[in-house]
Design a protein around this ligand. Sequence first.
Ligand code: PLP
Length: 382
Amino acid sequence: MREIYLDNNASTPLAPEVLEAMLPYYREYYGNPSSLHKKGIEAERALKETREKLAGLFHVKTSEVFFTSGATEADNWALKGVARALKRRGKHIITTKVEHEAVLEACHALGQEGYEITFLDVDEYGKVKKEDILGAINDNTIMVAIMSVNNELGTIYPVNEFAKETKTKKEDIIFFTDGVQAFGKLEVNMENVDIFALSGHKIHGPKGIGALIKKENVQIEPLIHGGGQEMNMRSGTENVAGIVGLGKAAEISYENLDKNKKHIQTLRDKFIRTIKEIDDIRINSPEDAICSTVNVAFAGIPAEVLLHALEEKGIYASTGSACASNSGNKSHVLHAIGLDDKYSDSTLRFGLSRYNTKEEIGFTCKVLKEITPELREVTGRK
Ligand code: PLP
């Protein structure tokens, strides 16, 4: 059976060019970048090249790029590292209720350390109001953390504008964005943003690699201590092949950004246009969401039932976010947007990528149109 992969917000297939770029770093250039011999120097060169690539994309210095084991680490580092470094200045952090668990849980952990965290409300599309951010700032506020794109809904947040307004109100606030779902899909701009977290496996790169882009003037404490790698800020032998893969994946994504966006947008428009012909659905993503994410409720059909019915046809989607489904909890994002149970219990997320085709989307729509009335019959809701 052919497979149609529409869970690209959870993870993406590795691009063949990325794998090709990585293989030599397993086969030949396997040295430790800290070693002084040729094998080490070759590995070190690969790190330097990727650091330069990322610095170029973000228009920052190479000394402002730090490799991590992924975005969960980068998110934790940004929040805990800055909070601890600035604790004498204040202990208040502002974030939203719809952040990824890596941000929410890091904030809860900081709460245990005596920090005060404000979790801002959002509207029915997951949007946060600028006035609410500004209104939450007090003399104790040290950091604002707002994601660039929501991983469940695809809502895009104007983080540069938020950062600018935040700093106008209180100059020394550090503005951090979890940019995982924006990186490689949208232009990135750190004009006013101080810290940006990203991940490799969301952009057809490898898993277990990410980065924190942090402006030089931002104080941060290391989270991981040891041999002093990453400019003494993040110890541990570098994941050289992963870093090379991340660099290649980022390069390809940005070389073809407009082309990919156009392609994915066409798929998204076709998908939404066609599924709107199905009775009683609700598109939970805002109209101006990132084109790669469609979050939609098929009222009356339990999400897991629909997910598995699609899987039987070779189509892979997701209920809420992969992380939320892992813990068996309802999505905190759907809860935060105040979605009625009728819809939140029957919500699927479709994550599109540049590798999806019109034909795949056509087939998925056809299957959805066929199985939704059948499943509503079975589950007693016509
Ligand atoms: N932040 C967001 C918005 C995400 O979507 C994800 C992945 O699901 C993460 C953070 C965590 O990234 P990683 O899998 O690299 O730890």
